[in-house]
Design a protein around this ligand. Structure first.
Ligand code: SF4
Length: 70
């Protein structure tokens, strides 16, 4: 089951290697800009916990952060 949680999701774009994995795994939250070869958070307020965690675990640069704002 997918659950949502409040928080702030962001990427340290200086560390991002442009693999695009986060956007492939969790398109509700991340988008990959092919031209810039960089990922961006399109829904920083968060969303489906499982897919955000999956993207964070996958991220080869460990540059996705999710701050709890509650
Ligand atoms: S998974 Fe990590 S390194 Fe890959 S595009 Fe996303 S933020 Fe960048």
């Amino acid at each position: 089951m997918t659950t949502s949680q409040a928080g702030r999701v962001y990427i340290n774009t200086r560390e991002c290697n442009g693999c695009g994995g986060c956007a492939a795994l969790c398109p509700e939250i991340f988008i990959f800009h092919e031209d810039l070869e960089i990922a961006e958070v399109i829904r920083p307020e968060g969303g489906p916990v499982e897919c955000i965690r999956e993207a964070m675990i996958f991220c080869p640069r460990k540059c996705i952060y999710w701050e709890d704002t509650v």
